[in-house]
Design a protein around this ligand. Structure first.
Ligand code: FAD
Length: 375
Protein backbone atom coordinates (compact mmCIF):
# COMPACT_ATOMS: atom_id res chain seq x y z
CA UNK A 1 0.00 0.00 0.00
CA UNK A 2 3.09 2.24 0.01
CA UNK A 3 2.76 4.94 -2.60
CA UNK A 4 6.13 6.63 -3.14
CA UNK A 5 4.51 9.69 -4.71
CA UNK A 6 2.70 10.51 -1.45
CA UNK A 7 4.36 12.68 1.20
CA UNK A 8 5.86 10.98 4.26
CA UNK A 9 4.22 12.23 7.44
CA UNK A 10 5.24 11.49 11.03
CA UNK A 11 2.64 12.30 13.68
CA UNK A 12 3.89 12.57 17.24
CA UNK A 13 1.43 11.64 19.97
CA UNK A 14 -1.17 8.87 19.92
CA UNK A 15 -3.92 10.61 21.81
CA UNK A 16 -7.23 11.27 20.09
CA UNK A 17 -5.70 14.13 18.06
CA UNK A 18 -2.85 12.10 16.57
CA UNK A 19 -4.85 8.89 16.16
CA UNK A 20 -7.81 10.51 14.38
CA UNK A 21 -5.60 12.60 12.09
CA UNK A 22 -3.39 9.59 11.29
CA UNK A 23 -6.50 7.62 10.27
CA UNK A 24 -7.87 10.47 8.15
CA UNK A 25 -4.49 10.93 6.43
CA UNK A 26 -3.52 7.31 5.87
CA UNK A 27 -5.02 7.11 2.35
CA UNK A 28 -3.31 10.34 1.31
CA UNK A 29 0.21 10.02 2.71
CA UNK A 30 2.73 7.50 4.04
CA UNK A 31 1.98 7.88 7.72
CA UNK A 32 3.84 6.89 10.87
CA UNK A 33 2.32 7.60 14.29
CA UNK A 34 4.72 7.65 17.24
CA UNK A 35 3.73 7.34 20.90
CA UNK A 36 6.01 7.53 23.92
CA UNK A 37 3.78 5.32 26.06
CA UNK A 38 3.28 1.62 25.36
CA UNK A 39 -0.46 2.25 25.19
CA UNK A 40 -2.18 4.83 22.96
CA UNK A 41 -4.65 7.26 24.59
CA UNK A 42 -2.91 6.89 27.97
CA UNK A 43 -2.92 10.62 28.82
CA UNK A 44 -5.74 13.22 28.42
CA UNK A 45 -7.66 11.06 25.94
CA UNK A 46 -8.07 8.17 28.36
CA UNK A 47 -9.09 10.43 31.25
CA UNK A 48 -11.94 12.53 29.87
CA UNK A 49 -15.54 12.85 31.00
CA UNK A 50 -16.54 11.62 27.52
CA UNK A 51 -19.33 14.09 26.91
CA UNK A 52 -20.33 15.79 23.67
CA UNK A 53 -21.94 19.17 24.29
CA UNK A 54 -22.60 21.54 21.43
CA UNK A 55 -23.06 24.40 23.91
CA UNK A 56 -19.44 24.43 25.09
CA UNK A 57 -16.38 26.45 24.17
CA UNK A 58 -15.54 29.30 21.80
CA UNK A 59 -17.57 29.79 18.58
CA UNK A 60 -14.85 27.95 16.62
CA UNK A 61 -15.00 25.04 19.09
CA UNK A 62 -18.77 24.87 18.70
CA UNK A 63 -18.44 24.85 14.94
CA UNK A 64 -15.92 21.98 15.20
CA UNK A 65 -18.30 20.10 17.51
CA UNK A 66 -21.21 20.56 15.10
CA UNK A 67 -19.02 19.52 12.16
CA UNK A 68 -17.87 16.39 14.05
CA UNK A 69 -21.35 15.27 15.02
CA UNK A 70 -22.28 13.55 11.71
CA UNK A 71 -19.19 11.31 11.97
CA UNK A 72 -19.84 10.46 15.62
CA UNK A 73 -23.55 9.87 14.97
CA UNK A 74 -23.00 7.69 11.90
CA UNK A 75 -19.39 6.50 11.62
CA UNK A 76 -18.25 4.67 8.47
CA UNK A 77 -19.31 1.01 8.06
CA UNK A 78 -17.20 -1.30 10.20
CA UNK A 79 -15.74 1.55 12.28
CA UNK A 80 -17.29 0.39 15.54
CA UNK A 81 -19.58 -2.42 16.70
CA UNK A 82 -21.19 -0.05 19.20
CA UNK A 83 -22.75 3.39 18.69
CA UNK A 84 -20.19 6.09 19.44
CA UNK A 85 -22.86 8.38 20.95
CA UNK A 86 -25.65 7.66 23.42
CA UNK A 87 -28.14 10.25 24.67
CA UNK A 88 -27.27 11.72 28.07
CA UNK A 89 -28.70 15.24 28.40
CA UNK A 90 -27.09 17.90 30.54
CA UNK A 91 -28.76 20.15 33.10
CA UNK A 92 -26.98 23.28 34.33
CA UNK A 93 -28.25 24.12 37.82
CA UNK A 94 -28.07 27.35 39.83
CA UNK A 95 -28.51 28.28 43.46
CA UNK A 96 -30.17 31.64 44.11
CA UNK A 97 -26.76 33.39 44.20
CA UNK A 98 -25.83 31.89 40.82
CA UNK A 99 -28.94 32.88 38.89
CA UNK A 100 -27.21 35.68 36.96
CA UNK A 101 -24.49 33.25 35.84
CA UNK A 102 -27.09 30.78 34.69
CA UNK A 103 -29.01 33.42 32.72
CA UNK A 104 -25.82 34.71 31.08
CA UNK A 105 -24.77 31.17 30.12
CA UNK A 106 -28.24 30.44 28.73
CA UNK A 107 -28.22 33.59 26.61
CA UNK A 108 -24.67 33.00 25.39
CA UNK A 109 -25.76 29.57 24.12
CA UNK A 110 -28.79 30.80 22.22
CA UNK A 111 -27.50 28.95 19.12
CA UNK A 112 -28.08 25.62 20.91
CA UNK A 113 -31.40 23.93 21.65
CA UNK A 114 -31.73 24.67 25.38
CA UNK A 115 -34.81 24.51 27.61
CA UNK A 116 -35.14 26.79 30.63
CA UNK A 117 -36.34 24.94 33.74
CA UNK A 118 -37.85 26.37 36.92
CA UNK A 119 -36.98 24.89 40.33
CA UNK A 120 -39.79 22.30 40.25
CA UNK A 121 -38.84 21.16 36.78
CA UNK A 122 -35.18 20.84 37.79
CA UNK A 123 -36.12 18.78 40.86
CA UNK A 124 -38.47 16.51 38.96
CA UNK A 125 -35.74 15.72 36.40
CA UNK A 126 -33.01 15.31 39.04
CA UNK A 127 -34.40 13.29 41.96
CA UNK A 128 -30.96 13.14 43.65
CA UNK A 129 -30.77 16.95 43.94
CA UNK A 130 -31.33 18.33 47.45
CA UNK A 131 -34.81 19.87 47.66
CA UNK A 132 -34.54 23.65 47.54
CA UNK A 133 -30.90 23.66 46.31
CA UNK A 134 -31.58 24.90 42.78
CA UNK A 135 -33.75 27.88 41.91
CA UNK A 136 -33.53 27.25 38.17
CA UNK A 137 -31.65 25.38 35.48
CA UNK A 138 -31.53 24.71 31.80
CA UNK A 139 -31.50 21.47 29.86
CA UNK A 140 -29.25 20.76 26.93
CA UNK A 141 -31.09 17.69 25.66
CA UNK A 142 -28.60 17.16 22.83
CA UNK A 143 -25.64 16.37 25.11
CA UNK A 144 -24.45 12.81 24.54
CA UNK A 145 -21.97 10.33 25.99
CA UNK A 146 -19.08 9.46 23.70
CA UNK A 147 -17.66 5.93 23.71
CA UNK A 148 -14.05 7.12 23.70
CA UNK A 149 -12.61 3.59 23.69
CA UNK A 150 -14.65 2.63 20.63
CA UNK A 151 -13.70 5.89 18.90
CA UNK A 152 -9.97 5.35 19.53
CA UNK A 153 -10.09 1.68 18.50
CA UNK A 154 -12.11 2.51 15.37
CA UNK A 155 -9.56 5.08 14.25
CA UNK A 156 -6.64 2.74 15.01
CA UNK A 157 -8.26 -0.04 12.95
CA UNK A 158 -8.88 2.38 10.07
CA UNK A 159 -5.29 3.61 10.27
CA UNK A 160 -3.77 0.10 10.21
CA UNK A 161 -6.09 -1.07 7.42
CA UNK A 162 -4.85 1.81 5.27
CA UNK A 163 -1.23 0.78 5.81
CA UNK A 164 -0.36 3.20 8.62
CA UNK A 165 2.49 2.33 10.99
CA UNK A 166 2.20 2.83 14.77
CA UNK A 167 5.36 2.90 16.87
CA UNK A 168 4.72 2.75 20.61
CA UNK A 169 6.99 3.06 23.61
CA UNK A 170 9.23 5.48 21.69
CA UNK A 171 9.72 9.07 22.79
CA UNK A 172 10.67 11.58 20.12
CA UNK A 173 13.75 13.29 21.54
CA UNK A 174 15.29 14.95 18.45
CA UNK A 175 13.75 16.69 15.46
CA UNK A 176 16.05 18.32 12.93
CA UNK A 177 15.48 19.91 9.54
CA UNK A 178 17.96 18.70 6.91
CA UNK A 179 17.29 20.27 3.54
CA UNK A 180 13.61 19.75 2.74
CA UNK A 181 13.22 16.88 5.18
CA UNK A 182 12.81 16.41 8.87
CA UNK A 183 14.89 13.84 10.69
CA UNK A 184 13.58 12.47 13.98
CA UNK A 185 14.92 10.23 16.68
CA UNK A 186 12.25 8.14 18.40
CA UNK A 187 13.72 5.64 20.85
CA UNK A 188 16.15 3.56 18.76
CA UNK A 189 14.54 4.57 15.45
CA UNK A 190 15.69 7.33 13.14
CA UNK A 191 12.92 8.49 10.79
CA UNK A 192 12.74 10.88 7.85
CA UNK A 193 9.62 12.85 7.02
CA UNK A 194 8.41 15.54 4.65
CA UNK A 195 5.97 16.69 7.30
CA UNK A 196 5.99 16.48 11.09
CA UNK A 197 2.67 16.74 12.95
CA UNK A 198 2.86 17.91 16.54
CA UNK A 199 -0.02 16.14 18.30
CA UNK A 200 1.83 15.89 21.61
CA UNK A 201 -0.98 17.25 23.82
CA UNK A 202 0.42 18.87 26.97
CA UNK A 203 3.95 18.34 25.62
CA UNK A 204 3.33 20.14 22.30
CA UNK A 205 5.23 23.34 23.16
CA UNK A 206 8.19 21.31 24.45
CA UNK A 207 8.19 19.25 21.27
CA UNK A 208 8.20 22.42 19.16
CA UNK A 209 11.24 23.66 21.07
CA UNK A 210 13.08 20.40 20.31
CA UNK A 211 12.43 21.09 16.62
CA UNK A 212 13.63 24.69 16.88
CA UNK A 213 10.07 25.97 16.41
CA UNK A 214 8.74 28.78 18.59
CA UNK A 215 6.25 27.54 21.19
CA UNK A 216 2.68 28.86 21.20
CA UNK A 217 2.25 29.44 24.95
CA UNK A 218 0.09 26.40 25.61
CA UNK A 219 -1.17 26.02 29.15
CA UNK A 220 -1.75 22.51 30.54
CA UNK A 221 -4.45 22.69 33.22
CA UNK A 222 -5.12 19.72 35.47
CA UNK A 223 -8.67 18.50 35.93
CA UNK A 224 -9.41 15.84 38.53
CA UNK A 225 -12.23 13.34 38.72
CA UNK A 226 -13.48 10.52 40.89
CA UNK A 227 -16.17 7.88 40.91
CA UNK A 228 -18.43 6.59 43.67
CA UNK A 229 -21.39 4.23 43.84
CA UNK A 230 -24.87 5.69 43.43
CA UNK A 231 -27.32 5.09 46.30
CA UNK A 232 -28.55 1.51 46.69
CA UNK A 233 -31.61 0.82 44.56
CA UNK A 234 -31.40 4.07 42.56
CA UNK A 235 -30.98 3.55 38.83
CA UNK A 236 -28.90 6.49 37.62
CA UNK A 237 -28.27 5.13 34.10
CA UNK A 238 -30.65 7.61 32.48
CA UNK A 239 -29.80 10.55 34.77
CA UNK A 240 -28.65 13.65 32.87
CA UNK A 241 -25.25 15.10 33.61
CA UNK A 242 -25.49 17.86 36.24
CA UNK A 243 -23.32 20.93 35.75
CA UNK A 244 -22.96 23.74 38.28
CA UNK A 245 -23.90 27.14 36.80
CA UNK A 246 -20.38 28.44 37.53
CA UNK A 247 -18.76 25.16 36.45
CA UNK A 248 -17.55 24.47 40.00
CA UNK A 249 -18.52 20.79 39.78
CA UNK A 250 -20.22 18.27 37.57
CA UNK A 251 -21.63 14.79 38.09
CA UNK A 252 -22.61 12.21 35.51
CA UNK A 253 -23.37 8.49 35.39
CA UNK A 254 -20.40 6.44 34.24
CA UNK A 255 -20.56 2.66 33.79
CA UNK A 256 -22.76 2.03 36.84
CA UNK A 257 -20.95 4.64 38.97
CA UNK A 258 -21.32 8.39 39.38
CA UNK A 259 -18.38 10.40 38.06
CA UNK A 260 -17.74 13.75 39.76
CA UNK A 261 -15.24 16.52 39.14
CA UNK A 262 -14.52 19.86 40.83
CA UNK A 263 -14.03 21.13 37.26
CA UNK A 264 -10.67 22.51 38.40
CA UNK A 265 -8.20 24.17 36.07
CA UNK A 266 -4.97 23.83 38.07
CA UNK A 267 -1.84 24.96 36.20
CA UNK A 268 0.55 22.06 35.68
CA UNK A 269 3.75 21.05 33.98
CA UNK A 270 3.25 18.48 31.23
CA UNK A 271 3.37 15.32 33.36
CA UNK A 272 1.56 12.05 34.01
CA UNK A 273 -1.10 13.95 35.92
CA UNK A 274 -2.32 12.86 39.36
CA UNK A 275 -5.15 14.41 41.39
CA UNK A 276 -4.36 16.36 44.56
CA UNK A 277 -6.27 15.24 47.68
CA UNK A 278 -7.71 18.75 48.10
CA UNK A 279 -9.25 18.61 44.60
CA UNK A 280 -10.97 15.31 45.36
CA UNK A 281 -12.19 16.68 48.71
CA UNK A 282 -13.52 19.82 46.99
CA UNK A 283 -15.35 17.75 44.41
CA UNK A 284 -17.04 15.67 47.11
CA UNK A 285 -17.87 18.74 49.18
CA UNK A 286 -19.53 20.59 46.28
CA UNK A 287 -21.38 17.51 45.09
CA UNK A 288 -22.71 16.74 48.57
CA UNK A 289 -23.94 20.32 48.99
CA UNK A 290 -26.02 19.83 45.86
CA UNK A 291 -26.98 16.15 45.96
CA UNK A 292 -28.67 14.19 48.72
CA UNK A 293 -26.21 11.31 48.93
CA UNK A 294 -24.38 9.22 51.48
CA UNK A 295 -20.99 8.46 49.92
CA UNK A 296 -19.07 5.84 51.88
CA UNK A 297 -16.16 5.27 49.58
CA UNK A 298 -14.44 6.77 46.57
CA UNK A 299 -14.03 3.97 44.04
CA UNK A 300 -11.45 5.59 41.78
CA UNK A 301 -9.78 8.94 41.18
CA UNK A 302 -7.61 10.36 38.45
CA UNK A 303 -6.55 13.57 36.75
CA UNK A 304 -5.75 14.63 33.23
CA UNK A 305 -4.38 17.72 31.52
CA UNK A 306 -6.61 19.93 29.41
CA UNK A 307 -4.16 21.98 27.37
CA UNK A 308 -5.29 25.38 26.12
CA UNK A 309 -3.85 27.95 23.72
CA UNK A 310 -4.12 31.57 24.89
CA UNK A 311 -7.47 32.05 23.07
CA UNK A 312 -8.87 28.64 24.07
CA UNK A 313 -9.41 27.61 20.46
CA UNK A 314 -7.52 24.54 19.17
CA UNK A 315 -4.65 24.82 16.71
CA UNK A 316 -4.69 23.00 13.38
CA UNK A 317 -2.31 24.23 10.69
CA UNK A 318 1.23 24.61 9.39
CA UNK A 319 3.61 26.78 11.37
CA UNK A 320 4.05 29.93 9.25
CA UNK A 321 7.81 30.11 9.99
CA UNK A 322 8.80 26.44 9.61
CA UNK A 323 7.77 24.66 6.40
CA UNK A 324 6.47 21.15 7.03
CA UNK A 325 5.83 21.60 10.77
CA UNK A 326 2.12 21.12 11.46
CA UNK A 327 0.41 21.95 14.78
CA UNK A 328 -2.49 19.79 15.99
CA UNK A 329 -2.65 20.86 19.59
CA UNK A 330 -4.44 22.87 22.26
CA UNK A 331 -7.69 20.85 22.22
CA UNK A 332 -8.41 21.94 25.79
CA UNK A 333 -11.57 20.38 27.18
CA UNK A 334 -13.08 19.55 23.78
CA UNK A 335 -10.58 17.26 22.07
CA UNK A 336 -12.81 14.20 21.89
CA UNK A 337 -15.96 15.87 20.63
CA UNK A 338 -14.06 17.91 18.02
CA UNK A 339 -11.68 15.14 16.82
CA UNK A 340 -13.45 14.07 13.60
CA UNK A 341 -13.55 17.62 12.20
CA UNK A 342 -10.03 18.48 13.36
CA UNK A 343 -8.73 15.24 11.82
CA UNK A 344 -10.49 15.89 8.52
CA UNK A 345 -9.14 19.42 8.37
CA UNK A 346 -5.61 18.23 9.15
CA UNK A 347 -5.82 15.54 6.43
CA UNK A 348 -7.05 18.17 3.98
CA UNK A 349 -4.29 20.67 4.76
CA UNK A 350 -1.50 18.07 4.92
CA UNK A 351 -2.46 15.48 2.32
CA UNK A 352 -5.05 17.21 0.15
CA UNK A 353 -7.82 14.87 1.37
CA UNK A 354 -11.24 16.14 0.29
CA UNK A 355 -13.06 17.93 3.10
CA UNK A 356 -16.18 16.02 4.20
CA UNK A 357 -19.31 18.09 3.53
CA UNK A 358 -20.18 18.65 7.23
CA UNK A 359 -16.69 20.01 7.92
CA UNK A 360 -16.84 22.26 4.86
CA UNK A 361 -20.39 23.47 5.62
CA UNK A 362 -20.48 23.55 9.44
CA UNK A 363 -16.83 23.82 10.45
CA UNK A 364 -15.04 27.05 11.35
CA UNK A 365 -12.96 29.12 8.96
CA UNK A 366 -9.60 27.24 9.00
CA UNK A 367 -7.83 30.60 9.55
CA UNK A 368 -9.34 30.68 13.06
CA UNK A 369 -7.43 27.49 13.88
CA UNK A 370 -4.13 28.42 12.23
CA UNK A 371 -1.02 28.86 14.43
CA UNK A 372 -0.36 32.01 12.37
CA UNK A 373 -2.76 33.83 14.70
CA UNK A 374 -0.13 33.70 17.45
CA UNK A 375 2.82 34.91 15.36
C1 FAD B 1 -10.93 15.31 33.32
C2 FAD B 1 -11.08 15.64 31.87
C3 FAD B 1 -12.34 15.69 31.30
C4 FAD B 1 -12.49 15.92 29.92
N1 FAD B 1 -13.74 15.84 29.40
C5 FAD B 1 -13.90 15.97 28.05
C6 FAD B 1 -15.18 15.79 27.47
O1 FAD B 1 -16.16 15.50 28.16
N2 FAD B 1 -15.31 15.94 26.11
C7 FAD B 1 -14.23 16.24 25.31
O2 FAD B 1 -14.40 16.36 24.09
N3 FAD B 1 -13.00 16.42 25.86
C8 FAD B 1 -12.81 16.28 27.20
N4 FAD B 1 -11.57 16.44 27.75
C9 FAD B 1 -10.48 16.90 26.89
C10 FAD B 1 -9.87 15.80 26.05
O3 FAD B 1 -9.60 14.68 26.85
C11 FAD B 1 -8.58 16.35 25.41
O4 FAD B 1 -8.85 17.55 24.70
C12 FAD B 1 -7.98 15.37 24.42
O5 FAD B 1 -7.89 14.08 24.97
C13 FAD B 1 -6.60 15.84 23.97
O6 FAD B 1 -6.09 14.86 23.11
P1 FAD B 1 -4.60 14.93 22.60
O7 FAD B 1 -4.43 13.81 21.65
O8 FAD B 1 -4.29 16.31 22.17
O9 FAD B 1 -3.70 14.71 23.93
P2 FAD B 1 -3.27 13.39 24.71
O10 FAD B 1 -4.37 12.41 24.81
O11 FAD B 1 -2.63 13.81 25.97
O12 FAD B 1 -2.19 12.75 23.74
C14 FAD B 1 -0.91 13.33 23.53
C15 FAD B 1 0.06 12.16 23.40
O13 FAD B 1 1.33 12.63 22.95
C16 FAD B 1 2.31 11.78 23.50
N5 FAD B 1 3.61 12.45 23.45
C17 FAD B 1 3.93 13.66 23.99
N6 FAD B 1 5.22 13.95 23.72
C18 FAD B 1 5.72 12.92 23.00
C19 FAD B 1 7.02 12.64 22.44
N7 FAD B 1 8.03 13.49 22.57
N8 FAD B 1 7.19 11.48 21.76
C20 FAD B 1 6.16 10.60 21.62
N9 FAD B 1 4.91 10.81 22.13
C21 FAD B 1 4.71 11.96 22.81
C22 FAD B 1 1.82 11.59 24.93
O14 FAD B 1 2.40 10.44 25.54
C23 FAD B 1 0.32 11.46 24.72
O15 FAD B 1 -0.11 10.10 24.63
C24 FAD B 1 -11.36 16.18 29.11
C25 FAD B 1 -10.10 16.15 29.68
C26 FAD B 1 -9.94 15.86 31.02
C27 FAD B 1 -8.56 15.78 31.59
Amino acid sequence: MINESQPTVVLIGAGIAGISAAAALADHAQVTLIERETQPAYHATGRSAAIQSQAYGSPAVRALTRASDPFLSAPPDGFSEHPLLTPRGLISVARADQLDHLRAEYEENSDSALTWLDADEVESRLPLLRRGYAVAGFLNADAQDIDVHALVQGYLRQFRAAGGRLIRGAEVTEIRKTGDHWQLRAGDDILQADIVVNAAGAWADGLARIAGVNPIGLEPLRRSALTFRPPEGVDTAAMPMILDAEERFYVKPDAGMLLASPANESPSDPVDSQPEDIEIAEAMDRVLQALDLDVRRIESKWAGLRTFPPDRTPICGFDPDHAGFFWLAGQGGYGIQTAPAMAALAAHLIGGAPLPAPVRDLGPDPALLSPARFR
